[in-house]
Every structure is written in structure tokens, then in C-alpha cells.
Design a protein around this ligand. Structure first.
Ligand code: LLP
Length: 402
């Protein structure tokens, strides 16, 4: 059991706390599901990009799925081997493409015909052969929140099957491109297996039709997206997930690459925030806390549900909106959430905050970002210090003079 109270007293609030053992358990369970198959788990760094978190996965043998060259640098910095690093993303700059080719990472996931030509041009300049994979948009409805759905033609991601085929042929005929993989990712927080199976089946059909024209790929990249339980969702079990992918592949011998983010970190993370005040406006009850949308934006942005635990308190004073100090009506951590009577300095533990929590934070309202703590067995350590006012203004102050 993590002693949240002690942590909040030592490190202050708001505070992110990560349970490294829980991350390890998640990683091992997914690895186990693909046992006996050539596979790479490439942690989707965007879910939680703290260097110590990435290093933790590096030590478990993880690769890294990155969406900016900054994420690639993070992964390399903590020892993820270059041959397990991918660069994805719908809009890579020339500089990013250049650095990725020079760094000799496993491959670049290409998301448009224009981008393929760009990668080819840059590889030619460098006199290199760039390993690429193409992100296919299988036009499947993943049945998740529209903001995190990515596999429909309405979404900006990937290319249609026919375009993908053209691109593979172009790549195969190029001296500067080496097509090694095929990729899809239909969305995040997926709780239904059927769309994943359908997407995998569509993409593996394409894989077979490429084989028929002598384009042999080595990697089948199934993206991330495995959902987790925030409230009462029934989630997909890793074993069933792996079986669905394998059955879509129907015996094809190819290395599977999986890019899990949320599955590895969400439920291993907690956001601690202290109560400042309670108040009522008419019949409406508000619990005002020191954490805000700049720390954890998921409730405001997606109306996401995060379980909230009032530490050491009992009873139910009725539903309250848990709101932060930021000057926005959309600044809330929960709406109409049943809570006991709260007093100044009571501690709330916001659960499932380990993915897309800290990383989506900002300095809005000149709020310094929270500290982050790792709990690793008996070992508790700071993995990012709290930002000070000086940190927040550091890049501006030199321009004040004159
Ligand atoms: N691979 C690709 C190409 C992705 O776009 C993503 C997530 C992942 C892997 C990892 O997906 P995961 O396993 O974490 O579901 N901020 C949103 C989620 C955005 C996901 C973006 N892409 C949220 O807080 O729900």
C-alpha cells in the first residue's frame, strides 16, 4: 500500500505518484500474451514521458514508439536500443526525419504519400536508405471517444489501402527507401476486440497482397490502444488481444510490434490534490482543490472519469463538483461526484492518472507543474521536481530589458 498521506506531506501537492511495480506487472502481462511469437513491445512514450518511467520500461526490455524527435531523444537517452525505436506521427518536420534517419532507428511510420517522398528526398541527401513502415487507415470505427478515434477516413491519420499499396511499390523501387513494416492504430482506450480484429484482418490482407508482388515486410505494427478500467469498463484481456491479432495473421510469420501506452501506465498513476475549501452556490456543492486542469486535463477535455478517493474520510455529503483554481468553468476533476464533508487540507487521490496526465499538463495561469514521484518496491524517489515560479518565467525574463 502506498502511503499517500506521507508522500503528500513530504513532497507537497499537487503531486503525481507512479507505482513502478504496477507498471512492471502490466508490461509482463502483455509480453506474456505474445510469448512464443517474435514481438516487440514499444512503449508509447507520449502516455507518460518522464525519463525515469521510460528508463523503467527500457530495463524491462521495452522499445519505444515516439511521436516527435524529442521523444526519440528521450528514449535513446535512457538506453532504449535504436533498433527498438519507432518514429510515428502525422506531421514530421524535415529536421525530425533527418535526425531519425541519422539515428538509425528501427523505422519511420509514414502517414502520407507526400511524407514518403519527403523521407526519400532526405534519405537521398544523406546518402542513406531509410527504413519505413506505412500507417494504413483501415476505416474502422473503434467505438471509443471521437477525440481519440484514429482509424476512420474522417480522422487525419494514415492512408487508404490503395494509396498504401502505391506507396509500398514506390518505396520498393527506390534506392533510398526500405519498406520493412506495416502499421495501423485505430484509436485509444479500446474496450472492444472486434474492431481490432477487423483492422488487423484488413491490414494482414494487404500484407499478403504485397507478398504476392514480392514486397516482404518484417514487422506488423498493431499500434496501441488497449483500454483500461477507469470506472466499470470491461476491458480486453491481453491474451484475447494477442489471439485476435494472431488469428488475423493466419499463420503469417512476422514480428509483431505493439505500442501500448495507457495500458502500461494509466492505473499505475495517482494524482494527489489537497482540498482548499468547500462552498455552495445555491444547491450546488463545490469542493475546491489545489490541482487543476493544467495538471490533469482529461476530465475537462474528454469528460473523462477518474475515480476520486477522499483519503481517511467517510460518509456522503452528496454530489460535488471537484474544481481547481484555474479561471475556467471547464476546470474540473469531476462533476457531481459523491464525497464526504471535506475540510481544508484533506487529501484527494485521483486514480488512473498515470497516462496522459502530467504529459498533457501546462503552465496555464502561471501554475508550476507538479512534482512526480516513483514508488518502486521499498524505494521512493523524486523523478521530477516541482516547477518554481523562476522555472516558469525562465525563457521570458531575459527579454524584459530594452
Ligand atoms: N500508437 C499510436 C500511433 C498512437 O497514436 C497512440 C496514442 C498510441 C500508440 C498509444 O495509445 P494507447 O495505448 O495509450 O491507447 N490523450 C488521450 C489519448 C491520446 C492517444 C493518442 N495516441 C487520452 O488522454 O485519452
Amino acid at each position: 500500500m502506498i502511503d499517500f498521506k506521507a508522500l503528500s506531506e513530504t513532497y507537497g501537492t499537487p503531486l503525481y505518484v507512479y507505482d513502478f511495480d504496477a507498471m512492471r506487472v502490466q508490461f509482463e502481462s502483455l509480453k506474456e500474451a505474445f510469448k512464443g511469437r517474435k514481438s516487440i513491445l514499444a512503449y508509447a512514450v507520449k502516455a507518460n514521458s518522464n525519463l525515469s518511467v521510460i528508463k523503467h520500461f527500457a530495463q524491462l526490455g521495452s522499445g519505444a514508439d515516439c511521436v516527435s524527435i524529442g521523444e526519440v531523444r528521450r528514449a535513446l537517452m535512457v538506453g532504449i536500443p535504436k533498433y527498438r525505436i519507432l518514429l510515428s506521427g502525422v506531421g514530421k518536420s524535415d529536421d525530425e526525419i533527418r535526425e531519425a534517419i541519422k539515428a538509425d532507428i528501427l523505422y519511420i511510420n509514414v502517414e502520407s504519400e507526400a511524407e514518403l517522398s519527403r523521407v526519400e528526398m532526405i534519405a537521398r541527401e544523406l546518402n542513406a536508405k531509410a527504413r519505413i513502415s506505412i500507417r494504413v487507415n483501415p476505416n474502422i470505427d473503434p467505438k471509443t471517444h471521437p477525440y481519440i478515434s484514429t482509424g476512420l477516413h474522417d480522422n487525419k491519420f494514415g492512408v487508404e489501402i490503395v494509396a498504401a499499396k502505391r506507396m509500398y511499390i514506390q518505396a520498393k523501387n527506390s534506392n533510398h527507401l526500405d519498406p520493412v513494416g506495416i502499421h495501423f492504430h485505430i484509436g485509444s482506450q479500446l474496450t472492444e476486440l472486434e474492431p481490432i480484429y477487423e483492422a488487423a484482418a484488413i491490414v494482414s490482407d494487404l500484407l499478403r497482397s504485397l507478398q504476392a508482388i514480392n514486397i516482404e515486410l518484417k514487422f506488423f505494427d498493431i499500434g496501441g490502444g488497449l483500454g483500461v478500467r477507469y470506472n466499470d469498463e470491461i476491458t480486453i484481456q491481453p491474451y484475447d488481444y494477442a489471439q485476435a491479432i494472431l488469428s488475423a495473421l493466419k499463420g503469417l510469420d512476422i514480428t509483431i510490434i505493439c505500442e501500448p501506452g495507457r495500458f502500461l501506465t494509466a492505473n499505475a498513476g495517482y494524482f494527489l490534490t489537497k482540498v482548499l475549501y468547500e462552498k455552495r452556490n445555491g444547491a450546488k456543492r463545490f469542493v475546491i482543490v489545489d490541482g487543476a486542469m493544467n495538471d490533469l486535463i482529461r476530465p475537462s477535455l474528454y469528460k473523462a472519469y477518474h475515480r476520486i478517493e477522499a483519503l481517511g474520510k467517510e460518509g456522503d455529503e452528496g454530489p460535488a463538483d471537484v474544481v481547481g483554481p484555474v479561471c475556467e468553468s471547464g476546470d474540473f476533476l469531476a462533476k457531481n461526484y459523491p464525497l464526504p464533508a471535506m475540510e481544508h487540507n484533506d487529501l484527494l487521490v485521483v486514480h488512473s492518472a498515470g497516462a496522459y496526465g502530467f504529459g498533457m499538463g501546462s503552465n496555464y495561469n502561471t501554475r508550476g507543474r507538479s512534482a512526480e514521484i516513483a514508488v518502486d518496491g521499498e524505494n521512493i524517489r523524486l523523478i521530477r521536481r516541482r516547477e518554481t515560479f523562476e522555472d516558469v518565467i525562465a525563457l521570458e525574463r531575459e527579454y524584459l530589458e530594452g
